[in-house]
Design a protein around this ligand. Structure first.
Ligand SMILES: Nc1ncnc2c1ncn2[C@@H]1O[C@H](COP(=O)(O)OP(=O)(O)OP(=O)(O)O)[C@@H](O)[C@H]1O
Ligand SMILES: [Mg+2]
Length: 275
């Protein structure tokens, strides 16, 4: 199997400048985290707010450089502090954020939003760009008539489909999804998760999927990494992590999440009526 992404001991410190009353300090956001993801697979990263998930996402998408450690994409070492970012490298990793409204330009039509990455990174003709955008709209479950509409004319779920379509316009190898369904209603969440699963199969896409929702993680992940204060405290296949969590933090995390399967609901009701 091909490893699309490999991270070795990634570290990210932030230096927060001091003020009159506060001394300068260093925040150790990510403290030496290692993992890899094979082509066509999904690694889910779970953990409470502030544990370093988005910091990791920014390093993987090459928006931010690690303080230390090594990152390989398709077997090649990537170091944005030393090497020029070629369009070829940039195209390999794309990101989808939690709130697509914040990242879709409200003054641009959907067709232009989808065509923009192609203008910047390819020499495709206007006609080819339009064809590709139309085809991508259909792939993510939208219609050709949506091409000329503006972001405010869509629902939250549809906007997330547009953000996914935009991320796929350059045929990336790896998609980083930072809480992509957390702002959506439950039923819409399921639709977008199904879409992501279908697209993964069709394009053999590799996902790094960040979420705090364990039911979402259980559904989408092949492997799971649990982060706690900048460290990976648990890392393994989904079934191993869910059936036999090792770390105390993971055990409390799982215990705090009510299970929604029929057996545990029945057991809960039985306990209630007995009481
Ligand atoms: N630019 C920055 N400067 C200083 N500190 C930062 C910066 N970015 C993040 N941090 C700190 O690094 C830590 C990790 O932040 P990060 O955004 O990665 O957390 P997260 O796991 O994504 O949280 P959430 O679930 O709330 O999105 C936090 O303590 C945060 O305050
Ligand atoms: Mg975050």
């Amino acid at each position: 199997m091909t490893k699309v992404l490999e991270a070795k001991n990634l570290v990210r410190d932030y230096h927060v400048p001091g003020s009159l009353f506060k001394p300068a300090r260093t925040v150790h956001a990510v403290k030496g985290v290692s993992f890899s993801v094979e082509q066509g697979k999904t690694l889910a990263i779970v953990g409470e707010s502030g544990c370093g998930k988005s910091t990791l996402a920014r390093m993987v998408t090459m928006i931010d450089a690690p303080t230390a450690g090594e990152m390989l994409i398709d077997g090649e070492t990537v170091d944005i502090t030393r090497q020029a970012m070629t369009p070829k490298l940039r195209r390999k990793v794309q990101i989808v954020f939690q709130n697509p409204y914040g990242t879709l330009n409200p003054r641009k039509k959907i067709g232009d939003i989808l065509g923009e990455p192609l203008i910047i990174n390819t020499s495709m003709s206007a006609a080819d760009r339009k064809d590709k955008a139309m085809a991508m709209l259909k792939k993510v479950g939208l219609e050709e008539k949506h091409y000329a509409r503006y972001p405010h004319m869509f629902s939250g779920g549809q906007r997330q489909r547009i953000a996914i379509a935009r991320a796929l316009m350059l045929n990336p190898r790896l998609l980083v999804l930072d809480e992509p369904v957390s702002a959506l209603d439950l039923s819409v969440q399921a639709q977008v998760l199904n879409l992501l699963a279908d697209l993964q199969d069709e394009f053999s896409l590799t996902y790094v999927f960040i979420s705090h929702d364990l039911s979402v993680v259980r559904y989408i992940a092949d492997e799971v990494m649990v982060m706690y204060y900048g460290e990976a405290v648990e890392y393994g296949t989904r079934d191993a992590v869910f059936s036999d969590p090792q770390h105390a933090y993971t055990k409390t995390l799982f215990a705090a999440t009510p299970r929604a399967d029929v057996e545990s609901i029945k057991a809960r009701l039985a306990r209630k009526s007995a009481a």
